[in-house]
Design a protein. Structure first.
Length: 122
């Protein structure tokens, strides 16, 4: 029988702590959804940082996390949508804007994005 590990998520924005057993190798975000606790996400492909967490205890297997730099990973940030259970893990959700800014902010222009419409039509 496949092993299962306790995965704990401190969902800071909701002021909740959730724990579920996740089967070894399964995606954590998906497993939480199936068990009735959908967590924040957007792309589900490891590209957008909507599901960013910081590891409090344990380690995270996220070789598919395209949208996270080596520096952010080294600081303990992870993307839950592409993280698989490899052992007991405790994480806390992050402010998406904070991680997004650190991951992408320096690559994209700052300031207002214009739609191409005249201002009075926006
Ligand atoms: S949902 Fe987009 S990176 Fe996880």
């Amino acid at each position: 029988m496949a092993r299962q590990f306790p995965i704990t998520v401190h969902w800071r924005q909701e002021n909740r702590t959730i724990q579920h057993l996740v089967t070894e190798g399964d995606y954590i975000l998906r497993s939480f959804e199936i068990q009735g606790d959908p967590l924040p996400f957007s792309c589900r492909n490891g590209c957008c940082t909507a599901c960013a967490v910081r590891v409090v205890n344990g380690s995270i297997d996220q070789r598919e996390a395209l949208g996270l730099s080596r520096e952010l990973r080294a600081e303990g940030y992870g993307l839950l949508c592409v993280a698989r259970a490899t052992g007991p893990l405790e994480v806390e959700t992050q402010d998406e804007d904070e991680v997004y800014e650190r991951q992408f902010g320096r690559h994209f222009g700052r300031g207002r994005v214009r739609s191409g419409l005249p201002l009075d039509e926006e």
